[in-house]
Write a protein that binds this ligand. Structure first.
Ligand code: SAM
Length: 253
């Protein structure tokens, strides 16, 4: 999959993508990255990419022309009509694992990182397919948000993870949070690894983990369960959680 990032801080983005599974995927070629710096497309000798807002007020606004030139260059480089252009903004639709999954099925994603007070609205009207937020708070720039999108999408692209099965039980993949994980040593500061995980019985381990995932979701994110339909075995767990009320420590059962 091809990713482009439009940013006035390309080194920041590049550095963050050198490590871990995404760095490995870039080196292996399962994902490609191009960076576009609006400064290189600035139209004056000062390389200006921002200017004062019409109507007055604090701060600066990113100018439309350098951003538009970056998008045009990205479209030329990607050589396909299918490139999706996404503006990172706290005013956009909130990123979720469903959105991440949809993006991972695309061939190309161009992520626009804003700075200052944001970008000229006319650029948004003419060049942006959709606006995306990573949460209800305001960052100083869109680079970190673009990296969040890029990382979460890239790990679902075939060839990025060593074991793609690891995403199937991950939080949000099937509407539940992930089960708790343990590794060596067997005893840590008076706490033991649950016996069942040492039993070698894969069927029982799987059942226990699934029950834990339901309990965890019930306790921490009941909103995720609102419209969920339950299989017979799951229903038993849910009934015991309902009978428990708010006082019981359901995660340690
Ligand atoms: N004045 C803008 C507003 O109130 O909506 C905020 C501008 S913010 C200081 C600068 C840039 O950071 C934005 O243009 C956007 O690219 C990025 N940004 C900030 N918060 C974000 C968020 N929650 N999600 C995605 N991008 C964000």
């Amino acid at each position: 999959m091809w990713f482009g990032v439009v940013t006035i801080f390309p080194d920041l983005v590049q550095a963050a993508l050198e490590e871990g599974v995404v760095g490995r995927a870039l080196r292996a070629g399962s994902i490609q990255l191009e960076l576009y710096n609006p400064r290189e497309y600035a139209q004056d000798s000062f390389k200006s990419v921002d200017d004062r807002p019409y109507g007055g007020g604090p701060g600066m606004v990113m100018m439309a022309e350098p951003l538009a030139e970056c998008v045009k260059q990205a479209r030329t480089d990607f050589e396909s009509e299918t490139l999706q252009t996404i503006l990172l903004t706290p005013q956009g639709k909130t990123l979720s694992q469903n959105v991440v999954r949809e993006f991972s099925e695309l061939d190309g994603l161009l992520l626009i990182a804003g700075r200052y007070e944001g970008v000229d609205e006319r650029f948004v009207e003419n060049y942006v397919d959709s606006e995306l937020s990573i949460g209800d708070y305001v960052l100083s720039g869109g680079e970190l948000a673009a990296l969040v999108v890029l990382d979460s999408v890239a790990r679902l692209v075939s060839g990025t993870l060593n074991n793609p099965d690891s995403t199937s039980t991950e939080s949000y993949s099937d509407g539940l949070l992930d089960f708790p994980q343990y590794t060596r040593p067997r005893r840590f500061e008076g706490l033991d690894v649950p016996e069942i995980l040492l039993s070698g019985d894969h069927g029982k381990v799987e059942k226990w983990r699934h029950a834990q995932a339901i309990r965890r979701t019930w306790n921490r994110r009941p909103d995720l369960l609102t419209n969920r339909s339950w299989a017979k075995e799951e229903r038993k767990i849910v009934n015991s959680l309902s009978n428990c009320g708010s006082g019981c420590d359901t995660e340690n059962e």
